[in-house]
Design a protein. Structure first.
Length: 282
C-alpha cells in the first residue's frame, strides 16, 4: 500500500524519466491539495512536539528553521513557544495557508522556496526541523545544507510517521481490496509492519561527518477518524492525489462507504512516530 520514504527518494533520482516524472508529480501534489491538507492533516501529537522541542534543545529564545512546513502543522506549536521561526515551503498555496496560520506570531515567517535553492541567511540557526518531508529532499543536500544552516552544536531533527499494525480491527484488510481495485497496490495480503518491526529511518545519520550524538525516540499513537476526515486525509496522500480523477474519486468513495457501512462511520489507524536528532559537530 505504502512504500518506505527512501523509495520515493530513489524514484526522484532515478535514471528512468517516467519513474522520475511520476515521483515529481507526487512531490508537487501536496500543493494542489493545500486546502484539504490544511483542513484534514491534523497537527502532531503533543508527545511528538514535546520530543522535537526537547531533543532539539530549543525554546523561546531559539532561532529555528523548519523545512517543508506544509500549512503549519508543526510550525504553529513551535511558534507558540515564542521562538524565532523561519519556515520554508515549496508549494505556493501551502505557503500562503502557512502564513495565514502563523499570522498571529510576529517572530514567525514563511519563505516560499525549495530548501535546496533557498539562500541561507548569514546568521546560523539553533535547530533545523523537518517533519514527514525529509525523504523529498535531495539526498546529499538534505544533510550538508542543514549542517551549513546550523551553528556548531545545533540540532537537525527529523520526524517521520510510520503506518503500523493496530487500530480498528479488520479495516486495513478490508480497505486493501480497494487499493488493488484502483491500482494503488498489487498485494492482496498487505499488512503494515508491527510497531517493533517498523524500519529505522535514515540510518545514514550515523555515518555523516557533520553530525554526532544521534538520538532516536519512538511514540506509538493511534489517530481516530470519521469517514469524512479519513477521506479528506487520503486526498492529501501523494499516491492517491496523482491518480486520474475517475480512479481517485472512485477509490475515495469506496473507502468512505466502507467506513460508513462496516464501521459505523468511525475508524482508527495506528502510527509510530519516530523523532531523530543529531548535533552538528563540524
Amino acid at each position: 500500500m505504502y512504500r518506505p520514504g527512501d523509495d520515493l527518494l530513489t524514484d526522484l533520482t532515478s535514471d528512468d524519466e517516467r519513474t522520475r516524472r511520476r515521483a515529481l508529480l507526487r512531490k508537487e501534489s501536496f500543493d494542489k491539495a493545500a486546502d484539504d491538507y490544511d483542513q484534514w492533516r491534523g497537527g502532531y501529537p503533543d508527545d511528538v512536539v514535546e520530543a522535537i522541542v526537547a531533543c532539539s534543545r530549543i525554546g523561546p529564545e531559539s532561532r529555528v528553521l523548519e523545512i517543508a512546513c506544509g500549512t503549519g502543522q508543526l510550525s504553529v506549536p513551535l511558534a507558540a513557544l515564542g521562538m524565532d521561526l523561519v519556515a520554508v515551503e515549496l508549494g505556493h498555496h501551502l505557503a500562503a495557508l502557512a502564513r495565514r496560520n502563523l499570522s498571529r506570531f510576529p517572530k514567525a515567517s514563511v519563505k516560499r522556496s525549495s530548501f535546496e535553492s533557498w539562500p541561507l541567511p548569514l546568521e546560523p540557526f539553533d535547530a533545523v526541523v523537518v517533519a514527514n518531508a525529509f525523504h523529498w529532499l535531495d539526498p546529499e543536500l538534505r544533510f550538508a545544507k542543514s549542517a551549513q544552516a546550523l551553528r556548531l552544536g545545533g540540532c537537525l531533527t527529523v520526524g517521520h510517521a510510520h503506518h503500523v499494525r493496530g487500530g480498528t480491527a479488520g479495516f486495513v484488510e478490508e480497505a486493501q481490496r480497494f487499493y488493488i481495485k484502483w491500482g494503488l497496490s498489487d498485494d492482496p495480503f498487505f499488512q503494515p509492519p508491527t510497531p517493533a518491526g517498523a524500519p529505522i529511518m535514515y540510518p545514514e545519520f550515523d555515518g555523516r561527518p557533520e553530525f554526532g550524538s544521534v538520538e532516536r525516540r519512538r511514540f506509538e499513537i493511534p489517530r481516530h477518524h470519521t469517514a469524512q476526515s479519513y477521506v479528506g486525509w487520503l486526498r492529501t496522500d501523494s499516491m492517491v492525489a496523482t491518480l486520474d480523477e475517475e480512479s481517485r474519486e472512485g477509490f475515495l468513495s469506496d473507502i468512505g462507504q466502507l467506513i460508513t457501512t462496516r464501521y459505523d462511520g468511525v475508524v482508527s489507524r495506528n502510527f509510530l512516530y519516530e523523532v531523530i536528532t543529531a548535533r552538528k559537530v563540524d
